[in-house]
Design a protein around this ligand. Structure first.
Ligand code: GLY
Length: 366
């Protein structure tokens, strides 16, 4: 078991990576004297596979308990799902002393986190991420929110949880595309963190995809430790935290143009390759690191038929990026392994050429 402390201005909390029994959760809730009046927002698929084991443990902890089952989908991460949660909380008699637990992937965590942040101006919150992506990224750092009017995560808040409890056993029943999604974020942390972490992830890539217990545990630990440090120094994404969006400007465009058929993790990996290629065109990246990053990105086989070479569509999608500053696209580019430049402006012809080259790279890999 590993415990990583996240220290922010508003709250300090632990991220536990638990390789023991799930029942350890109750000890951790007890240690923190969290409320026994528990509202659980659980992903429907997780409930189908793990519901009995989860209910058994949480029932032992709680004095009042309600399970709210949610079918996660970006189209249902909206105000309708949110108001349904508020109504249920009120109808079931939950108040300020509620412990809100989210059990699921990033969508469930974002929606539930926002409900907890806003219900009665904020109640206790525990995230139990059940996807690799949520474990290494979205459950840590307090980003919560919903989609609104066609914009992703446009309404939300920073609301740090009281505990994040990662139980990697849950990953065993993840569908293959969901494992790939998590790998996209792991690739991101490999590039962002340092040479040692990079080569560990690079060397063990296929074992990670096969969910090797020990390797996955170490990789999650490395990613969480790195993210904790970034969040501690810049909770509100004023500067350093922007690096966590590496590859995401391109990724969101790839996803949009594919009508969201391309998985987020696949899009992120291709987005990181595109960012590296753009960095190389701008002569910003160290040549050896460039080759290593491209080689790592190429290890995740992606459904390249969904990468669409239509420059106009890509440009329209890129221009919807909410990270634009004064209407200008700014890129986050790798300059070395463990070194990233933020706020980079680039000539449009180089941006389009980088997109074409990375799409070609993935099409050749098939
Ligand atoms: N997922 C990026 C962040 O938490 O800042």
């Amino acid at each position: 078991m590993e415990k990583i402390r996240v220290k922010t201005a508003v709250k300090n909390y632990d991220v536990i990576i638990n390789d023991k029994e799930f029942s350890k959760l109750n000890d951790e809730l007890k240690n923190r004297k969290l409320s026994k009046r528990v509202f659980v927002l659980i992903d429907k698929n997780v409930d189908n596979k793990w519901g009995n084991a989860i209910r058994k443990q949480i029932t032992m902890w709680s004095e009042k308990l309600h399970f709210h089952i949610y079918n996660p989908d970006e189209r249902r991460k909206n105000e309708k799902s949110l108001t349904k949660i508020y109504s249920t909380l009120l109808n079931k008699g939950f108040g300020r002393d509620t412990l809100f637990i989210t059990i699921g992937g990033g969508i469930t965590g974002d929606l539930g986190g926002f409900a907890a942040a806003t219900f009665m101006r904020g109640i206790q919150l525990v995230h139990i991420p059940t996807t690799i992506l949520a474990a290494v990224d979205s459950s840590i750092g307090g980003k919560t929110g919903i989609n609104f009017s066609g914009y992703k995560n446009i309404v939300g808040s920073f609301y740090q949880p009281d505990l994040v409890f990662i139980h990697p056993d849950f990953f065993r029943t993840l569908p293959k595309p969901e494992i790939k999604c998590g790998m996209g974020e792991i690739v991101k942390y490999a590039v962002l963190s340092d040479k040692k972490t990079f080569s560990f992830i690079d060397k063990n890539f296929s074992r990670l995809l096969a969910l090797d217990k020990k390797i996955l545990f170490t990789a999650i630990k490395n990613c969480v430790e790195f993210k904790a440090k970034v969040v501690e120094s810049d909770e509100r994404e004023l500067e350093l935290r922007k690096i966590l969006n590496l590859g995401h400007t391109f990724a969101h465009a790839y996803e949009t143009v594919s009508k969201f058929k391309l998985k987020h993790g696949e899009a992120v990996t291709c987005g990181i390759a595109t960012a590296a290629i753009l960095s190389e065109k701008l002569k910003m990246i160290e040549p050896k690191s460039f080759l290593k990053i491209i080689s790592l990105c190429s290890k995740l086989k992606i459904n390249s038929r969904l990468l669409i070479v239509q420059q106009e569509k890509m440009m329209n999608a890129l221009n919807m990026d909410k990270k634009k500053e004064s209407g200008v696209l700014k890129f986050i580019l790798p300059v070395n392994i463990g070194e990233t430049a933020v706020g980079v402006e680039a000539p449009i012809d180089l941006v389009l050429a980088s997109i074409d080259e990375s799409i070609l790279l993935y099409k050749k890999l098939v």
